[in-house]
Write a protein that binds this ligand. Structure first.
Ligand code: COA
Length: 219
């Protein structure tokens, strides 16, 4: 269990708690604890799961960590009404084990969100990826009143596509992208509010959402 973030930056005060995990606003203290996972390549997968460019593909571990941190801090600095990215550490048994982000582009106009996540290689395939996504969807639909959530993943990313399929997303076409310079096919997914409602959980708790929504200009 982590204490209150010392800085009163509203996105860092948000928490989403399920019976198994907690999503905690990614403070620098939590990033410090996630750093070894990024340095050791535990945020990656084979086949390559991310489209280019992404810092997690940097070969040199020091450069990888440097750019990963810069990206997160840049996101904090750019958070503004209509365009924001909320970074959460995924905490399991008091240990940060991965990240789950919620991204709102033109959220003030469309009410749509995207999600992004990674989980340490050594604890995959135990349902935690699904639990993380359920938690972030609860924040989006229940907390921020989103109208629709999207996700996309290369067609051979069994984990990410498995989570989307299990949670009621429907296929929303395909697109081309590169990963590590190679061309690959992306599967797009969408989950409307009506599709989410039958999957809505009653055991997820939200904290700090009101102040964060106000800071992001969400009514
Ligand atoms: C995506 C990720 C977070 C999923 O986490 P996870 O804890 O392993 O996922 P879960 O255990 O909840 O599994 C989710 C579903 O996918 C399936 N799945 C997961 N990994 C799989 C694999 N390698 N092969 C086949 N199916 C798989 C599971 O069977 C499950 O489906 P089910 O509910 O029908 O049984 C994790 O795989 C990861 O960090 N991958 C690398 C980063 C990444 O791909 N991020 C997304 C970028 S788009």
């Amino acid at each position: 269990m982590y204490g209150e973030a010392m800085l009163s930056f509203a996105p860092l005060q948000v928490r989403v708690s399920t019976p198994r995990i907690e999503l905690v606003g990614a403070t620098d203290e939590l990033l410090e604890q996630l750093q070894p996972l990024v340095r050791d390549g535990k945020a990656n997968a084979d086949p390559a799961p991310y489209d280019d460019p992404i810092s997690l593909y940097e070969e040199d571990p020091a450069v990888r960590v440097h750019k990963w941190l810069q990206g997160i801090w840049r996101g904090r600095g750019h958070a503004a009404p209509g365009s924001w990215r909320l970074n959460f550490a995924v905490v399991l048994d008091s240990q940060p084990v991965g990240m789950q982000d919620l991204i709102g582009e033109n959220f003030d106009t469309f009410g749509t969100v995207m999600s992004f996540s990674w989980l340490s290689t050594d604890i995959r395939h135990r349902g935690i990826g699904t639990e993380m996504r359920q938690a972030i969807l609860h924040l989006a639909f229940e907390g921020l009143k989103a109208t629709e959530a999207a996700s996309d993943a290369f067609v051979d990313n069994a984990g990410s596509n498995g989570v989307s399929r299990a949670l009621g997303y429907t296929e929303n076409g395909v697109d081309w992208a590169t990963r590590r310079g190679e061309v690959g096919l992306l599967q797009r997914w969408r989950l409307t509010r009506d599709d989410w409602l039958p999957h809505r959980r009653t055991d997820i708790r939200l904290q700090g959402v009101g102040d964060c929504a106000a800071a992001l200009g969400i009514a």
